[in-house]
Design a binder for this molecule. Structure first.
Ligand code: HEC
Length: 177
C-alpha cells in the first residue's frame, strides 16, 4: 500500500475513533479523568495482568537494543495521532523474517513489535504487538500502567489497514515480475 493512501485511511479512522491517547498527554483535570476511565475500562483494558507481564518481558530483553523496524533506523515523526515521534523495535523473530525476505502472508507466532511514543521529546507511551497462537495481543501503556490490552477495537480498527495489522512496515513480498 502506498503511503499517501495509508495516511488518508488513517486520517479517516482517526476522525471516526477520536484516538484516546492524544487526550492523555494534556495535564488538565478533564484528561486525568479520561485516563482514570481508560484504566478501569474493561472493554479497552481486557487483560492488564498479561499486559504487565509482557512489558516486564520486553524490558528484561532490553527491547531498545533490538533491531529497529525498517524505515525507523532513527526516531521518526509519528504518522499516528498519539505522539509526536516514535521509535519502533522488532524482536529476533521479525528481524529474521525480514532478513530472510521470504514472502509471508502474516507475521509468525513469537513476533513482537514495540513502539515508544514521544511528545516534546519525552516518553509518553509504549505500545506492543505480540503475535500469539490466537493472533496479535495488543497493549499500550502510560508509564508502567496498561491502559489498553487484549484485542481492543480501539487498536484493531485503525490497524486493520496494515499488513497483518502492522502499519509501519510491510510483510516481505514476492519480488514484482
Ligand atoms: C488512529 C490510528 C491508530 C490507532 C487507533 C492505533 N494506532 Fe498503533 N499505529 C498507528 C500508526 C500510523 C502507526 C505507525 C507508526 C507511527 O507513526 O506511530 C502505528 C504503529 C503501532 C505499532 C508499531 C507496529 C506497527 O503496526 O506499525 C504498535 C505496536 C502500535 N501501533 C500499537 C497500537 C496499540 C496497542 C493501539 C491501541 C491502544 C494502537 N496502536 C492504536 C496508528 C494507530
Amino acid at each position: 500500500m502506498g503511503r499517501p493512501f495509508f495516511l488518508a485511511v488513517l486520517a479517516t479512522a482517526f476522525t471516526a475513533t477520536a484516538c484516546a491517547p492524544r487526550e492523555v498527554s494534556s495535564d488538565s483535570k478533564a484528561s486525568e479523568l479520561e485516563v482514570t476511565a481508560e484504566l478501569t475500562d474493561s472493554k479497552n483494558n481486557q487483560a492488564p495482568k498479561e499486559a504487565s507481564a509482557l512489558l516486564q518481558k520486553v524490558r528484561a530483553e532490553d527491547y531498545r537494543s533490538w533491531t529497529r523496524a525498517p524505515g525507523y533506523e532513527q526516531r521518526q515523526p509519528a504518522a499516528s495521532p498519539h505522539s509526536d515521534e516514535v521509535d519502533i523495535y522488532v524482536n529476533d523473530v521479525v528481524a529474521k523474517a525480514l532478513a530472510d525476505g521470504k514472502p509471508l502472508s502474516e507475521w509468525p507466532e513469537g513476533a513482537t513489535i514495540v513502539k515508544d511514543g514521544f511528545s516534546k521529546s519525552k516518553l509518553e507511551l509504549t505500545a506492543i504487538l505480540d503475535k500469539r497462537a490466537d493472533g496479535w495481543f495488543w497493549a499500550e501503556y502510560f508509564g508502567d500502567k496498561p491502559a489498553f490490552s487484549g484485542k481492543p477495537s480501539a487498536c484493531t480498527g485503525c490497524h486493520a489497514g496494515g499488513d497483518d495489522f502492522v502499519l509501519a512496515f510491510p510483510l516481505p513480498q514476492a519480488p514484482k515480475p
